[in-house]
Design a protein around this ligand. Structure first.
Ligand SMILES: Cc1cc2nc3c(=O)[nH]c(=O)nc-3n(C[C@H](O)[C@H](O)[C@H](O)COP(=O)(O)OP(=O)(O)OC[C@H]3O[C@@H](n4cnc5c(N)ncnc54)[C@H](O)[C@@H]3O)c2cc1C
Length: 510
C-alpha cells in the first residue's frame, strides 16, 4: 500500500503554498493530488489571456442554481482545474483586504485569526519590491505595477478623480479608499523574459518539485476521504482510469476550494446527517455547517463602446484599474469595489481594446447561500446556491455602485471616449435595480462553505487550527474556511491560509 505522512488535496492557491511548506521538512513525505493537468498551457503565463481559460478544459465549469433575486438566472462559476487552481486562471489583481476584515475573523476564530496574526504572513508570501521576480526561481509571489497601463485605464483613473474619488497609489498600504491602477501578481518585465503570471504554483510549488519527499500527482481526482472510527486515514483517488486508496500516516489537508472541499466532505459522510442520508451517503460525522455560509462578491458590468480603439498589451491583466468607495456611515472599510477593464465585458474577452467596462461589486455581502449534495455520485456537481441579493442591503449597495459607475463613465476624459447608448436606459431606481438583477455576475470570489469557528459553535466546520471537527487527521486550508468576506480580491488571503495551515501542522506533528 502506498503511504505518505501528509496528503494535500488540490494544488490551488492554498494547496501549493501548504505542500511547499510541509515538504520543506525533509523528514516528512508529502503527496499533492490535483484533479487537473500540469500548468503547461501557455495561456496561463500570459496575463492578458485569462478570460480564454474560462469555460474550457481547465475550468470545472460550475453553474449556480437559478437565482431568485436575479430573475432566475443561473450564473457561470469558473474554478480552476489545473495545477495552480483558480490562481492559474485568475485576473491577478492583488488586494490584501482591510485590517478590519481579519479582526472580524477573530469573532469566529479567536486570537489566532486577527489582523496582527494575518498581515505579517503577506510579507512572507508576497514580494512587493518592483525588482522582484526575474527568470530565476522566486521564493515569494512578485507583485508589480503595470509598466504600460492602457490609455483607457488612465482615463478611468482621471475621470474618477474628477468625479470626486481620491487618488490611491497602492490599495494595500494605508487606506483602501480611492481610485488607481491595480498592482498584480506577475514577474517583472525583463529583456527576453516578458512579464508572466506569478501564482503559488509558480513561486512556491515549482521550486519545491525537486525535493525527494514531495510527490505531485496531477490528473488525479480524489473521490472521497476514508474516515474510519472518526479518523481520516486516506483518500480514494481516481487516476488513469483506476481507483485506489492512498494512506496518510499523519494528516490529510483538503485544499480543494469553496466548492470541492465541502463536496468532498459530504461525499465522505461528513456533513448535515439528514441531507447525507437523503442521498444515500452513510453518515460518518454529523456536521451541520458543511456547505453553509456560502457567499461571494457580486459584480455588475457596465460596458461601453468607444470612438477609438487601442491595442491591449499582452502583459495587461485586463482588470487594470479600480477603486474602493465607502457608502454607509460606520462601515469599517469600503462597501463597493470598482474594477475597470479596457474591454467590453469583464466576463468575456470580446472587444479587447475597443470599449471598456466598469464593474461595481459589493465588498462584504450579507447574503448567505448553501452548497448541497445532489447525489452520491462524485462525478456530479453539487448544487450551488449563493442566494445572491437575498439580503436587501446587498441590492442597495449595488444600485448605488451602478449609479457611481455611470457618473464616472460620463465624466471626461472617459465620457469623451464613449459612443453609442449608455448600458442602462435611464437612472430611475427601478431601472438601476432591474439592471442589477439582469446583469450581475460573480466576481469569482466564493468563500465560506467550511467556516472556521470555536468548539462551541455548532455551525463551525473547522476549529481555529483548521482541524475538521469530529474527525482526527483531517484539516482544511482554502477559501472555504473564510468566515466573512475580504474587502477586495481574496487570493492573497487564501494563500496566507495555506501557509497558516502548514504551520499548524508542523507545530502539531513536531
Ligand atoms: C476567473 C477568476 C478570476 C479571479 N480573479 C482574481 C483576482 O484578480 N484577484 C484575486 O485575488 N482573486 C481572484 N480570483 C479568486 C482566487 O483565484 C481564488 O479565490 C483562489 O484561487 C481560491 O483558492 P483555493 O485554494 O481556495 O482554491 P483553488 O485555487 O480553486 O484550488 C483548488 C484546487 O483543488 C483542485 N481540486 C478540486 N477538487 C479536487 C478533487 N476532488 N481532487 C483533486 N483536486 C481537486 C482544483 O482542481 C484546484 O486546482 C479569481 C478567480 C477566478 C476563477
Amino acid at each position: 500500500m502506498v503511504k505518505y505522512d501528509y496528503i494535500v488535496v488540490g494544488a490551488g492557491a492554498a494547496g501549493c503554498v501548504a505542500a511547499a511548506r510541509l515538504s520543506a521538512d525533509p523528514g516528512r513525505s508529502v503527496l499533492l493530488i490535483e484533479a487537473g493537468p500540469a500548468d503547461d498551457d501557455p495561456r496561463i503565463a500570459r496575463p492578458v489571456a485569462w478570460p480564454q481559460l474560462l469555460g474550457g478544459d481547465l475550468d470545472w465549469g460550475y453553474r449556480t442554481a437559478p437565482q431568485a433575486e436575479l430573475h432566475g438566472r443561473r450564473l457561470a462559476w469558473p474554478r480552476g482545474r489545473v495545477v495552480g487552481g483558480s490562481g492559474a486562471i485568475n485576473a491577478m489583481v492583488h488586494i490584501l483586504g482591510a485590517a478590519s476584515d481579519f479582526d472580524a475573523w477573530a469573532r469566529w476564530g479567536g486570537d489566532l485569526w486577527t489582523a496582527d496574526r494575518m498581515l505579517p504572513l503577506f510579507d512572507e508570501i508576497f514580494d512587493e519590491t518592483e525588482a522582484a521576480g526575474g527568470p530565476d526561481e522566486p521564493a515569494r509571489i512578485p507583485v508589480a505595477a503595470n509598466p504600460r497601463p492602457h490609455p483607457f485605464a488612465d482615463a478611468f483613473v482621471t475621470a474618477a478623480q474628477k468625479y470626486g474619488l481620491p487618488a490611491n497609489l497602492d490599495f494595500n498600504r494605508g487606506t483602501q479608499e480611492g481610485v488607481g491602477l491595480y498592482r498584480t501578481t506577475r514577474t517583472g518585465d525583463r529583456p527576453g523574459a516578458p512579464a508572466r503570471r506569478a501564482n503559488t504554483a509558480y513561486t512556491h510549488l515549482r521550486p519545491a518539485l525537486g525535493r525527494a519527499n514531495l510527490t505531485v500527482l496531477p490528473d488525479a481526482t480524489v473521490l472521497n476521504v476514508v474516515v474510519e472510527r472518526g479518523r481520516a486515514t486516506g483518500v480514494l483517488v481516481r487516476h488513469g482510469g483506476e481507483s485506489r486508496t492512498i494512506t496518510a500516516d499523519a494528516e490529510i489537508l483538503l485544499c480543494a476550494g469553496t466548492v470541492s472541499t465541502p463536496h468532498l466532505l459530504m461525499l465522505s459522510g461528513v456533513g448535515p446527517a439528514a441531507e447525507l442520508a437523503g442521498v444515500g451517503v452513510p453518515v460518518a460525522v454529523h456536521l451541520p455547517g458543511v456547505g453553509r455560509n456560502l457567499h461571494d462578491h457580486l459584480q455588475v458590468s457596465l460596458a461601453y463602446d468607444t470612438t477609438t480603439g487601442h491595442p491591449v498589451d499582452d502583459r495587461s491583466n485586463l482588470g487594470e484599474a479600480g477603486g474602493f468607495i465607502t457608502l454607509l456611515p460606520g462601515s469599517p472599510a469600503p462597501d463597493v469595489q470598482l474594477s475597470f477593464a479596457p474591454m467590453k465585458n469583464l466576463n468575456n474577452a470580446s472587444h479587447l481594446g475597443r470599449g471598456f467596462t466598469i464593474g461595481p461589486a459589493i465588498t462584504r455581502p450579507r447574503s448567505r447561500g448553501r452548497l448541497t449534495l445532489n447525489t452520491a455520485d462524485p462525478a456530479a456537481h453539487p448544487r450551488i446556491d449563493p442566494a445572491y441579493l437575498s439580503d436587501p442591503n446587498d441590492l442597495e449597495i449595488l444600485v448605488e455602485g451602478v449609479r457611481i459607475a455611470l457618473d464616472i463613465a460620463g465624466t471626461d476624459p472617459l465620457g469623451d471616449l464613449t459612443c453609442g447608448p449608455p448600458p442602462v436606459a435611464g437612472t430611475s431606481r427601478w431601472r438601476l435595480e432591474e439592471y442589477v438583477r439582469d446583469n450581475a455576475e460573480t466576481q469569482f470570489h466564493p468563500v465560506g462553505t467550511c467556516r472556521l469557528g470555536r468548539e462551541t459553535d455548532e455551525e463551525a466546520v473547522v476549529d481555529p487550527r483548521l482541524r475538521v471537527r469530529g474527525v482526527t487527521g483531517l484539516r482544511i486550508a482554502d477559501a472555504s474556511v473564510i468566515p466573512s468576506m475580504i474587502t477586495g480580491n481574496v487570493h492573497a488571503a487564501v494563500a496566507a491560509i495555506g501557509l497558516r495551515a502548514a504551520e499548524f501542522m508542523r507545530e502539531d506533528h513536531g
